[in-house]
Design a protein. Structure first.
Length: 314
């Protein structure tokens, strides 16, 4: 393919689906153009992989026009943060302005619904409505699973500090997926859209675990007791909000705190909406999905309790 595939969200941190997608597109022999708000070590890495870096912002429609030049395929994702609806409106207006009949793959979320208790879930649904009202050619991936990376972003600090992590998801099993496998779904949607039924798809997660079972996995891998505590939505929201205030430049923000705590409460009350299906996911992405245990093994040092580190090195 001579025309570049435009990847929006290539420098995102939560799940890093955009970064994974850039690398895989390059490996498949496609020209890639990655949109970023500024140059950074992340854009340097993307450029080393072979991507063309363009500077722009989804909140500045004018900056998107040159990014869309000669583009036939695009990947649209927005951070777990406020602002998805105006970003979608800017993108849709820019696509219409350049006048190309490009196809866009949208990385959505399971909670994208007009009545979801998460404000970000409702905003993501409206974002996708805007893109559809604009008449864009879309494949929307609403993945009803938690990313493995959630454990790093939301829980690694408390596990390191006191061997405990807390959230509002309760004790029921839920579906999980790695950010890399989510990126593989996006790759499939870009290159093989016929594998999906309709413009809105709900590809499954790879495995089901409760958070207590995740704690047991970590206990086995770390050789130190890790405990999970089920707490109320309000308590977890307050903990995440405090984390966002303590580290304003960190991955957790106020909108994410409301979103994930509300989603957790809904799952605890109603159960997971869609079961995991490793075979179906593997058929879509063309390989076996990454198991949660394998992800934890790769990132084990991020979870290792501080006292265990001292014991191991002393």
């Amino acid at each position: 393919m001579t025309h570049p595939v435009l990847v929006l969200g290539a420098t995102g941190r939560h799940g890093n689906t955009g970064g994974h997608l850039v690398r895989r597109l390059v490996e498949e022999g496609h020209a890639v153009r990655a949109l970023a708000r500024s140059h950074s070590t992340r854009t340097e890495e993307l450029a080393e992989w072979g991507a063309e870096i363009v500077i722009g912002d989804l909140h500045d429609r004018r900056s998107l026009i040159p990014a869309l030049a000669d583009v036939d395929l695009a990947f649209f994702t927005y951070p777990i943060a406020a602002g998805a609806v105006p970003a979608a409106a800017n993108y849709a207006a820019a696509v219409r302005e350049v006048g190309r009949s490009l196809r866009t793959v949208v990385m959505s979320m399971g909670p994208a619904h007009p009545e979801n208790p998460s404000a970000l879930g409702r905003a993501q649904w409206l974002c996708e409505e805007v893109l559809q009202w604009a008449g864009l050619d879309l494949t929307i991936l609403r993945i009803p699973a938690l990313f493995h990376q959630n454990l790093l972003v939301l829980h690694a600090e408390s596990i390191r500090h006191d061997g405990t992590f807390r959230n509002s998801f309760g004790n029921g099993e839920i579906a999980w997926i790695s950010g890399g496998d989510a990126a593989e779904l996006a790759l499939t949607a870009l290159l093989h859209p016929e594998r999906f039924d309709g413009p809105i798809a709900y590809p499954p997660g790879s495995e089901q675990f409760s958070h207590s079972e995740v704690a047991d996995l970590l206990t086995d891998l770390l050789g130190a007791r890790i405990r999970f505590e089920s707490v109320s939505r309000e308590q977890w929201h307050d903990e995440l909000r405090a984390q966002s205030l303590a580290r304003p430049d960190g991955p957790v923000n106020a909108a994410m705190a409301q979103h994930i705590s509300a989603v957790g409460e809904a799952v605890a009350r109603n159960g997971a909406a869609t079961p995991a299906d490793a075979s179906a996911l593997g058929a879509l992405i063309g390989r076996s999905p990454q198991p949660l245990r394998g992800f934890l093994e790769e990132h084990l040092e991020a979870f290792r309790p501080a006292n265990r580190r001292r014991a191991d090195t002393g």
